[in-house]
Design a protein around this ligand. Structure first.
Ligand code: HSE
Length: 418
């Protein structure tokens, strides 16, 4: 794309993000980008923009030769994929914020970019205002990227903050997240971890060259967390957060998942409140780095879309270095996790699935234990998220295969068993 050329945008979606982008572009004339048409689904709604801008026919945008950029910020993943693939095939650069669509169609999207050589940018699809995709893509070598731990969903972080700090009940906190425009139109996607795992799928691709369907990544959301879990956390000076993480194991494979986790109150991720997101990267020589910013909401998300539009001026494309120019990493399915599990009745807990149990507290109505399980005990059955059972990872949860024998011996010695 010629850097002096005007960017003429066809915008799909005029919801929280689309309208935010429209306003933000009006305040940034230096970008030389203007929205020519906006395709919407429901023409009857009152909108703060001239009627002539809107159409319900996607072809008005996709087949308009003067439009050279398609920005797609709708939440129907199937429609979004049709739009993105048609746009790329018609020679248009694409900016997308549809995390579900990207996560579920990653191989096809990679293929389309290779075939067309056109930019497909999606910074807004993960951690909204934090420029995490471009940083992972450009800055870090996958050999040096030891681990990433992140809060990637604003709504669930908002709800946890409101429940545990402001003592709001779950439903009121969710309603507030919806009113503020943070939640997905189907909030189950936020609450049960789907949105977070979709974002994690995208980030694993840029960080490690991993191309995996979100269904193959272990995840859950905050739906089972109980107030009694928060009481235990407080006693131990911990917070509870929904954490996405990836860690290089000693064999070079990557342990990756999205689960609730205890976070020490002095950890940078504990500092991340409300709709903010945070990313802690541990890399060789640099040690720890912390990225922090708003992870949901109209202008923060629009800011990432705006940055992608700006990057199109100089023809920026993701190189997918870790995938195409280095040896891509693989996901591991062979490691152990240290977990806290709270439950109503022992009958719901398959004790034989634990390598060892370090603590158990059976006296109160709500009981809990702390123990170590192999990943497969969580991927092969769902006992840990049924019958009001709540599983929360210990602060340091991942146990490498190569360390398990030694750690088990030490734990049994401490318990006086051997
Ligand atoms: N529902 C999403 C969240 C919006 O709460 O993080 C931003 O992707």
């Amino acid at each position: 794309m010629d850097t002096h050329k005007q960017l003429t945008i066809g915008l799909f979606g005029f919801g929280v993000v689309g309208e935010g982008l429209y306003k933000v572009l009006q305040q940034t004339p230096s970008l030389k980008a203007n929205i020519k048409r906006v395709c919407i689904k429901h023409p009857g709604k009152e909108r703060n923009a001239p009627d002539a801008l809107f159409t319900t026919d996607k072809d008005d945008l996709l087949f308009d030769e003067s439009i050279n950029v398609i920005v797609e910020v709708i939440d129907d993943a199937d429609a979004a994929f049709t739009i993105v693939s048609t746009a790329l095939r018609n020679g248009k650069a694409v900016v997308s914020a549809s995390k579900k669509m990207i996560a579920e169609h990653l191989p096809e999207i990679l293929q389309l970019q290779q075939e067309t050589g056109l930019p497909f940018l999606c910074e807004a699809a993960a951690c909204a205002s934090i420029p995490v995709i471009r940083n992972l893509e450009e800055y870090y070598d996958n050999d040096l990227l030891h681990s990433i731990k992140a809060i990637v969903n604003g709504s669930t972080n908002f709800i946890l903050t409101k429940m545990f700090e402001d003592k709001l009940d779950f439903q009121s906190a969710l309603l507030l997240a919806q009113q503020l425009g943070f939640a997905e139109s189907n909030p189950k996607l936020d609450i049960e971890g789907y949105d977070a795992v979709n974002k994690w799928t995208i980030l694993l691709n840029h960080a490690y060259g991993i191309v995996e369907h979100p269904n193959n990544i272990l995840f859950t959301g905050i739906q089972n967390i109980q107030l009694t879990d928060a009481v235990v956390a407080k006693e131990k000076n911990l917070d509870i957060k929904l954490i996405a993480q990836a860690k290089k194991l000693k064999n070079g494979k990557v342990a990756a998942f999205v689960l609730p986790q205890f976070v020490p109150i002095q950890d940078p991720l504990s500092f991340v409140k409300n709709e903010y997101n945070g990313v802690v990267i541990e890399s060789g020589f640099a040690d720890k780095q912390f990225f922090y910013g708003k992870g949901a909401g109209s202008f923060p998300t629009a800011s990432a879309v705006l940055s992608d539009i700006g990057a199109l001026r100089y023809n920026y494309c993701y190189e997918y270095k870790k995938l195409y120019h280095q040896t891509p990493n693989e996901l591991s399915n062979d490691f152990y996790l240290k977990v806290y599990v709270s439950f109503d009745d022992w009958k719901y807990i398959p004790r034989e699935k634990f390598e060892w149990i370090e603590e158990w507290h059976a006296e109160a109505e709500r009981k809990y234990l702390i123990g170590v399980v192999h990943l497969r005990q969580l991927t092969e059955s769902s006992w840990w998220k049924e019958n009001s059972t709540s599983l929360i990872l210990a602060a340091e949860a991942i146990i490498d295969n190569l360390d398990i024998v030694h750690l088990k011996k030490r734990s049994l010695e401490l318990a006086g068993v051997v």
